[in-house]
Design a protein. Sequence first.
Length: 105
Amino acid sequence: MKINPASDLAKGVKAEGTPVNGRAGPNGAKTTAPVADSANVQLSPLSAQLGTLATSLATSGDFDQAKVDAIKQAIVDGQLHVNAEVVADKMLTSLRDMFSHAAKS
């Protein structure tokens, strides 16, 4: 099996030798990657759970439309200040909780 150097990928050539995004390949011919047939798409069971979760959040009392509107207005006004360190800490805590829960299952 031949492994193409990373420089080929940077030029837009896939590992199989076919151009990415319709760019010209090594022989100069312009081709595109095949498009997947939508009839063959299969969603994982997790996708159904996510849809149920979104519906659950929308119908529960945990959603505060006034707060969402206030945040949207702060973004528009350029007054929203995000503390990246706090966001990162909360993301890490969430991931730890998720992984510890998955390990228990």
